[in-house]
Design a protein around this ligand. Structure first.
Ligand SMILES: [Zn+2]
Length: 255
């Protein structure tokens, strides 16, 4: 279930076409993952998901759910220690389920929903605001001043004082926690504390590209062995294509 909107997702297995899409897309991570989500995710009852209107946090969560479904729950990433002369490898690993639980949205008491509008207000403040959606982020990314554009789309206040901006920031991080967050770790050799940025969209794309990098060899093996056209092989679900490829491989090794 997507954390902010509560939409229940169903993810399908990737086909070779999806894998080729991931490998070849030149889009930035946000539109690239948006397109991937449109391809492989539906609501639990099989209907389309209106991704553009969903809070941006939910697309980050969907990327992590795709990663969990196709590769597994545990993410392992590393950094080299920035301590003077150390350079020891610092491993950071965590489960996607735990990460999503840790970043679970909550509604602070001072936040009041304006029924049926998608807008909120804060107690005792002249302000109306809503959660930035995927469409807002895409529109902002196309502007010269993305942060200002996002504010003007999602915040409506006669005057945005600093204390009010801070209250809004806290309210937004509670209602739709940013999953593009910092991870902490400590060096096993010198104890130096490090923080590294974890961007769910860029991370998922990079990892899927690595996972899918064997597809050309498999298509080649199936096309050579069975004479099937490329389109027919790419239409197969990944698991079935890989089973055929491993049978072909076993036979070659035996022969
Ligand atoms: Zn160190």
């Amino acid at each position: 279930m997507l954390p902010v909107s509560g939409v229940a997702l169903a993810l399908r297995e990737p086909t070779g076409e999806d894998e080729i899409y991931v490998l070849e897309t030149t889009l930035a991570p946000l539109p690239a993952v948006l397109e991937l989500a449109r391809r492989v995710a539906t609501t639990f009852t099989g209907g389309p998901v209106d991704w553009a209107s969903l809070p941006a946090t939910d697309l980050d969560a969907a990327a992590l759910m795709v990663r969990r479904s196709w590769i597994g729950d545990v993410i392992r990433t590393d950094a080299s220690c920035p301590g003077t002369g150390c350079r020891e490898r610092i491993d950071v690993s965590f489960g996607i389920g735990d990460y999503l639980r840790h970043h679970r949205p909550r509604r602070p008491r001072s936040v009041i929903g304006m029924a049926g509008t998608g807008w909120f207000t804060l107690t005792g403040a002249a302000v109306r605001f809503r959660l930035p959606t995927v469409a807002d982020l895409l529109a902002a990314a196309a502007c010269d001043q993305p942060a200002e554009e996002l504010c003007s789309r999602c915040i409506d206040a006669p005057e945005l004082s600093r204390p009010l901006a801070r209250r809004l920031d806290r309210a937004l991080s509670a209602l739709a926690p940013n999953l593009d967050d910092l991870l902490g770790g400590s060096c096993p050799a010198c104890g130096h504390q490090v923080t590294m940025r974890f961007d769910p969209l860029a991370y998922t794309l990079a990892e899927l590209r690595q996972a899918f990098s064997g597809i050309h060899l498999e298509v080649h093996a199936l096309a050579s062995a069975y004479g099937w056209p490329e389109a027919a092989i790419l239409a197969l679900p990944r698991s079935r294509r890989r089973r055929y490829a491993s049978m072909i491989d076993r036979e070659r090794r035996a022969g």
